[in-house]
Design a protein around this ligand. Structure first.
Ligand SMILES: *[C@@H]1O[C@H](CO)[C@@H](O)[C@H](O)[C@H]1NC(C)=O
Length: 496
């Protein structure tokens, strides 16, 4: 139900920051510290609430049960497992792969400082990669979605009772999808780095699969929205094109495999695939800023002089996000939150903040700053902006509420999430049918099941938040809001 608002053109007109105000808010004294470690633990726990399939014995979020145990059967394959993307019960492969890539990146860059949460983060990642391995088990095919979104969104049902159509959607050489296949290759390659020392055999399996999926993505080029049409649009429509996912997949394969072919691919295709486009965005549809930050690390570490232009693009990204500069292209709410129109704004907040922080760390290792025209944006200011965004999420905002369920004294009570808003299968074992759930959707009461760690779409551009289920753009959590937040919280837990 939630995705339609997100399908904005990638190069929607850029918005000017409310410069002075956001700069003032950015420089406000830091409030009494947050318990970042508590927030980190919760941000990972959230993924257990989004699990599809048979739940393991060590499942900690107890109100959920097994669900969708026959996914894939209509196509003669096993597609059980994986994650529901948000507050519905569809398994959308494109955002699931992006979520998996970002969880892996969070662990690669910040796993060392996660402490006791590292194990849980790796489990959350593996829940994603186990599914992506199933979805790519048939050569030349990627199963990219399970669940008819119209049938699903027509009901307000617990995943455990689901009786909507679990249609299986795939791409192949006749119906290509370089976007979703490229992102899936990126996820598998990134995860192979995480498992390299933890589980070498699994890591090799992931990397080999990533190589094959990327080859398929690159050989049979096209957008999955053109192949699958209204099965994926307007939900997770590829508006931004598939070129970025090809570069993104190659960048992760380069990092994971160190094979020369991927370096050459990146250099050869940098201009053709438009590496420097729409630099101030990063999300499930648009990878441009992420590509440039990821590849710049090598330039900054002195490992490669092939990629200098990516570093320039990455600098351009920083200058476009930091408020108060001549280059600023990102809008801020009066309370200081990054704001992009289109709904589920927190996805932009966490993913852009993640890039601000990672790049700041890469710069810091190289002892470099970012030139932004006449001014130079210092490393500390991008680090501080990322922290400011995280602190806003955790409660330093005009409403003095946390946007993470279960964190702090005030947080969203009526999130747009079927499982959380309906009585649990333990409390109410009898089935609740498609339309029987409507009265829970419309109820003014708080949700009975706490989806601990869920971060919702968040306030509107004037920092107002309705805390109401029907306002899905504000009250729905998604997996790709949390995936980069895991990395951010790990860093701030370790450093503050
Ligand atoms: C944000 O929501 C509040 C409360 O519903 C409303 O008064 C305000 O106009 C909204 N702001 C924008 C920019 O839509």
């Amino acid at each position: 139900m939630a995705r339609n608002g997100l399908c904005l053109p990638g190069n929607a007109p850029a918005f000017r920051a409310t410069l002075v105000l956001s700069l003032l808010l950015l420089l406000q004294p830091i409030r009494a510290g947050h318990d970042y470690h508590d927030a980190l633990r919760k941000s990972i726990l959230f993924f257990e609430g989004q699990r599809s399939g048979k739940l393991p014995h060590d499942q900690r979020l107890k109100w959920r049960g097994d669900s969708a145990l026959h996914d894939g059967s209509t196509a003669g394959v096993d597609l059980t497992g994986g994650y529901y993307d948000a507050g519905d019960n569809v398994k959308f492969g494109f955002p699931m792969a992006f979520t998996t890539t970002l969880l892996a990146w969070s662990i690669i860059d910040f796993g060392r400082v996660m402490g006791t949460e590292q194990r849980n983060a790796v489990k959350a990642l593996r829940w994603g990669t186990d599914y992506l391995l199933k979805a790519t088990a048939v050569p030349g095919v990627v199963f990219v979605q399970v669940g008819d979104p119209y049938s699903d969104h027509n009901c307000w049902e617990r995943p455990e009772d689901m009786d909507t159509r679990r249609t299986v959607y795939k791409i192949d050489h006749n119906n290509p999808g370089s976007d979703v296949a490229g992102e899936t290759a990126a996820a598998l390659a990134a995860a192979s780095i995480v498992f390299r020392s933890r589980d070498p055999a699994y890591s090799r399996l992931l990397l080999n699969r990533a190589v094959k999926v990327f080859e398929f993505a690159d050989t049979h080029r096209g957008a999955y929205s053109s192949s699958l049409k209204n099965a994926v649009c307007p939900f997770y429509c590829d508006v931004n094109g598939f070129q970025d996912e090809l570069l993104w997949g190659a960048a992760w394969l380069h990092k994971a495999s160190r094979r020369r072919q991927y370096r050459e691919y990146i250099v050869r295709n940098e201009v053709i695939l438009r590496a420097g486009d729409t630099i101030n965005e990063f999300g499930w549809d648009n990878k441009h800023a992420g590509i440039n930050i990821l590849i710049s690390k090598e330039v900054l570490m002195g490992k490669s002089d092939y990629f200098e232009s990516f570093k320039q693009n990455a600098d351009g990204f920083i200058c476009s996000v930091l408020p108060g500069l001549a280059h600023t292209q990102v809008q801020y709410s009066p309370g200081g939150l990054i704001f992009k129109p289109g709904g589920s704004n927190m996805q932009h907040v966490t993913s852009l903040s993640f890039l601000l922080l990672t790049y700041s760390n890469y710069l810091s290792h190289a002892n470099k700053n970012v030139p932004c025209g006449m001014t130079s944006a210092s490393r500390p200011s991008s680090n501080k902006l990322a922290k400011r965004q995280v602190d806003y999420i955790l409660g330093d905002n005009p409403l003095r509420m946390s946007y993470m369920v279960g964190y702090g004294p005030r947080y969203p009570q009526r999130i747009h999430h079927r499982g959380s808003s309906l009585p649990s299968v333990q409390a109410h074992p009898a089935r609740i049918g498609c339309k029987a759930g409507s009265r829970y959707f419309l109820s003014p009461n708080p949700n009975p099941n706490k989806l601990v760690g869920a971060v919702v779409g968040g306030p509107n551009s004037s920092d107002a938040f309705p805390d109401s289920r029907p306002y899905f753009q504000e009250s729905e959590p998604t997996t790709y809001i949390n995936a980069p937040l895991v990395g951010l919280l790990s860093y701030f837990a370790a450093h503050y």
